[in-house]
Design a protein around this ligand. Structure first.
Ligand code: KIV
Length: 305
């Protein structure tokens, strides 16, 4: 008998054994077939399993976990060790999807030796298959060096949250002709550097469409319109777990906050009114032990009389 109902299913047993493994090569094939690529963030084992078993192509352990999981103000504070902790948990839950780990702020901007060594930690210790780096053409050389170390890299251009202080807030990028030119240069430079895919965040849909038709790497859009090769959203955003008004591009697919709040309130109510646990939800002594215990207690009572 299991005493750990929380796991529900046996740890390590995945139901969908048949789905083929998503790889960097199969993503490119999806682009060529014009078959939309799906990506969601996941930050822990249970979310990773649900996302993977629902058939999503890519699971991103985004540094957005800084806000969603750890309550930080922005993504700048989250550390390598914190990211690794989550990547390892997600690794244990993902079987078929491609696992992408976000390199946090400060882990790749200082020097390339540290960057390559941090990228290798995500692969070696975390089990990631791809690492993601924010920034455009200025990152092309670093991306080449990480790929030289046999680590596939996902680029991330447009609104890059780790540049929030430089951008002066979370602003849609590529709205001017100069901005569009820069974004196109960024996309082409990263494509030439060999990125496995290119995340395109917070840009006008027309610009994302131009980037998508210009580069060989699959583009994965977020707030970048419908013409990218794929779409990514944050798990907590689609489930209303973010405690604030959603961005324009977020579509809510469920109300986990409402579900959790109702369940927690019902539990509290049941405990306070002594409705939980019931006799059926309690363990019982075996018959012989119960009889023996009654005899012992009866003897004790008799001695006290
Ligand atoms: O950290 C994250 O969740 C991301 C996605 C929004 C692309 O980088």
């Amino acid at each position: 008998m299991s005493l750990t109902p929380i796991t529900g299913r046996r740890l390590g047993s995945h139901e969908d054994e048949s789905r083929p493994k998503v790889t960097t090569a199969s993503l490119r094939e999806q682009k060529l077939r014009h078959e939309p690529i799906t990506c969601l963030t996941a930050y822990d084992y249970s979310a990773a399993r649900l996302v993977d078993e629902a058939g999503i192509d890519m699971v991103l352990v985004g540094d957005s976990l800084a806000q969603a999981m750890l309550g930080y103000e922005n993504t700048l504070s989250v550390t390598m060790d914190e990211m690794l902790h989550h990547v390892k948990a997600v690794r244990r839950g993902v079987k078929s999807a491609l696992l992408v780990a976000d390199m946090p702020y400060g882990s790749y901007q200082i020097d390339s030796k540290t960057a390559v060594s941090n990228a290798a930690r995500f692969v070696k210790e975390g089990g990631a298959e791809v690492v993601k780096i924010e920034g455009g053409e200025k990152r092309a050389e670093l991306i080449r060096q990480i790929i030289d170390a046999e680590i596939p890299v996902a680029g991330h251009i447009g609104l890059t949250p780790q540049s929030v202080n430089v951008m002066g807030g979370y602003k849609v990028q590529g709205k001017s002709l100069v901005g569009i030119e820069q974004l196109m240069r960024d996309a082409v430079a990263l494509d030439r550097a060999g990125v496995a895919c290119l995340f395109v965040e917070g840009v006008p849909r027309e610009v994302a469409a131009m980037i998508t038709s210009e580069v060989g790497a699959p583009t994965i859009g977020i707030g970048a319109g419908p013409d990218c090769d794929g779409q990514v959203l944050v798990f907590h955003d689609i489930l209303n777990l973010t405690f604030g008004p959603p961005a324009k591009f977020v579509r809510r697919y469920g109300d986990a906050a409402g579900l959790i709040t109702n369940a927690v309130r019902a539990f509290r109510e049941d405990v306070r009114s002594r409705q939980y646990p019931s006799d059926e939800e309690s363990y019982h002594l075996p018959k012989e032990t119960k009889a023996g215990l009654e005899t012992v207690l009866e003897r004790k009572r008799a001695m006290q009389r």
